[in-house]
Design a protein around this ligand. Structure first.
Ligand SMILES: Nc1ncnc2c1ncn2[C@@H]1O[C@H](COP(=O)(O)OP(=O)(O)OP(=O)(O)O)[C@@H](O)[C@H]1O
Ligand SMILES: [Mg+2]
Length: 284
């Protein structure tokens, strides 16, 4: 790791829920301008880790530092004010509310004062449209409900919001899991942009094709413990795949499927079918 002061750091953090040890003695750090990919099986503690960083849970033991200063957030609002923006999976947006409302989410600009103070919707709409345009998403009408945007665009509103409000740390819990290739690439491009803008990014994903191109380092969690942090240069795509949730299962599934394919082929040859591709029929 570099010698710079990390933007966000966890030192020996544990989190217990009664007798459940969700996190045990975790140490990790992310510098500004870096993407750390958090990997691990289901139930490994990834969401608990980021919830602890973002003020949803307070750690049972250990310390956390933001830009070298110790922090202990009482609630997510404190973490957000300090510059830690988290895009929680599924909870990133309120679908029936407008793009502008979702973008500002309680921090709407106001005009007037005293009893005449009111939200400046015209300005708010303009900013929302402008910030979305910066990431290449053309929003015709920012007062339209967020539910009318595609999944990828919705995630981008959440990320644009974090960047606009000056976040130093951006945490993303599986932002690309429900997205197709094109939509995911929109989000990944924006993660790369957030890194270029100097944010420290923590990115949770189960998809090696999403993790590998944008990550600078990988931290692997297993049953609440850390198995270490690996720089990208130290590790191959296959090793990352194996570290991901279900990596080992995928490999054995692969082997099983090719076994199926082999026996299928043998059967077809035995019946004289020759195993022609199905698409031939439609080419006639
Ligand atoms: N509020 C809670 N109360 C009790 N146990 C919890 C709580 N939150 C998480 N846990 C437990 O902590 C462990 C880690 O859960 P966590 O949600 O962090 O896993 P994860 O790595 O995010 O998994 P996934 O990939 O499925 O999202 C699990 O065993 C879970 O049951
Ligand atoms: Mg989770």
């Amino acid at each position: 790791m570099s010698e710079r002061t990390p933007m966000i750091e966890m030192c020996n953090v544990s989190k217990h829920f009664g007798s459940v040890i969700a996190l045990s003695d975790i140490s990790m750090k992310v510098c500004s301008g870096e993407v750390m990919c958090l990997l691990g099986d289901n139930g490994a503690g990834k969401s608990t880790l980021i919830k602890t960083l973002s003020g949803v849970h307070s750690p049972s033991h250990g310390e956390m530092y933001l830009d070298g200063k110790p922090v202990n957030f009482k609630s997510p609002a404190y973490a957000l004010d300090a510059g830690i923006a988290t895009v929680f999976q599924d909870l990133a947006m309120i679908p029936l509310m407008s793009i502008t409302r979702n973008f500002f989410m309680g921090r709407e600009p106001t005009v007037g004062w005293g009893p005449l103070k009111r939200i400046d919707w015209k300005y708010a709409d303009r900013i929302a449209k402008q910030e979305m345009a910066k990431i290449g998403i053309d929003v015709r009408d920012p007062s339209q409900p967020v539910g009318t945007l595609s999944g990828g665009e919705r995630q981008c509103v959440a990320i644009a919001r974090a960047v606009y409000f000056g976040a130093k740390v951006l945490i993303l819990d599986e932002p690309t899991s429900a997205l197709g290739v094109k939509q995911a690439s929109v989000v990944l491009r924006y993660i790369a942009k957030a890194r270029a803008d100097g944010l420290a990014v923590i990115f949770i994903t189960h998809n090696v094709h999403h993790a590998f191109p944008v990550a600078d380092a990988f931290t692997l969690l297993s049953r609440g413990g850390s198995l270490g942090t690996f720089r990208k240069a130290e590790i191959t795509r296959e090793e990352v795949l194996n570290m991901m949730a279900g990596g080992a299962e995928l490999e054995s599934l692969d082997a099983e499927l090719s076994e199926f394919q082999r026996s299928d082929q043998q059967q077809k040859q035995a019946t004289g079918d020759g195993g022609q591709p199905l698409s031939r029929a439609s080419n006639a």
